[in-house]
Ligand binder design. Structure first.
Ligand code: 13P
Length: 250
């Protein structure tokens, strides 16, 4: 079911003690957030066990930021979806633009990652979004449409039900430039209608998050849009008060 959701992607930030303190600060004020808002924290791998312990018993859910495209075995340095599930993760972010760009993740790899995440009971938070030059060339619908078709169209309805989509325009990530509510709503509606082309009415139930310089000052306007179900938050998720203020913006 479509759910109001705010997820914090900590990226490669905080040492374990700092992450633990941040998680504690969030849990301390989580009661301020209406109970129909799902809060997700995605700390680095090294923090999962510790943060998982801190949020256990609270309504906060744990997510990883990536998983391996292989099941198990001799893949030095990789972390499998099964390991994440055993660490208490319910979600895993996949296809973030930073992974696509710096680690050359392609739709082919992402197909394998999504299948493994789902097979291990994790809900993928699947990221899509265009680069600045693609938006300027008016190609954003093509780019985002292809990212969706190449991966999500391979799923069954039962699998798709478990997926959260995050639209993150690359030009808005960490830049302070947010998509306007109008720009974001336009492409969220496009994403939903693209999904409807394959999955029919199920598309109405898919949670679609906006990410890219989302902060307390702009979250309200973004979350008021019909097809924006919440946010995937980077920088502003590293301060408990800002993150919770965003979660209170519905
Ligand atoms: P910022 O909120 O720092 O722009 O990052 C967004 C993001 O990439 C979340 O995954």
């Amino acid at each position: 079911m479509r759910k109001k959701t705010v997820a914090g992607n900590w990226k490669m930030n905080t040492l374990i003690d700092e992450g633990a303190a941040l998680a504690k600060d969030i849990v301390d004020i989580i009661h301020e957030v209406p109970s129909d808002v799902q809060i997700i924290l995605a700390p680095p791998f090294t923090h999962l066990d510790r943060v998982g312990g801190i949020i256990s018993g609270s309504p906060v859910a744990l997510s990883a930021q990536n998983c391996a495209d292989k099941d198990k075995g001799a893949y030095t340095g990789e972390v499998s979806a099964a390991m994440l599930a055993s660490a208490g993760c319910r979600y895993v972010i996949l296809g973030h633009s930073e992974r696509r760009e710096y680690y050359h993740e392609t739709s082919a790899t992402l197909n394998d990652k999504i299948a493994l995440a789902l097979a291990n009971g994790l809900s993928p938070i699947f990221c899509v979004g265009e680069r600045l030059e693609e938006r300027e060339a008016g190609r954003h619908f093509d780019v985002v449409g292809n990212q969706i078709r190449e991966v999500l169209f391979n799923l069954t309805e039962e699998q798709m039900e478990k997926v959260v989509v995050a639209y993150e325009p690359v030009w808005a990530i960490g830049t302070g430039k947010t998509a306007t509510a109008e720009q974001a709503q336009e492409i969220h509606a496009f994403i939903r209608s693209t999904l409807a082309g394959k999955f029919g009415t199920l598309a109405e139930d898919i949670t679609i998050l906006y990410g890219g310089s989302c902060k307390p000052s702009n979250a309200r306007e973004l979350f008021a849009c019909k097809d924006i179900d919440g946010g995937l938050i980077g920088g502003a998720s590293l301060k408990a008060a800002d993150f919770i203020a965003i979660a209170k913006s519905f």
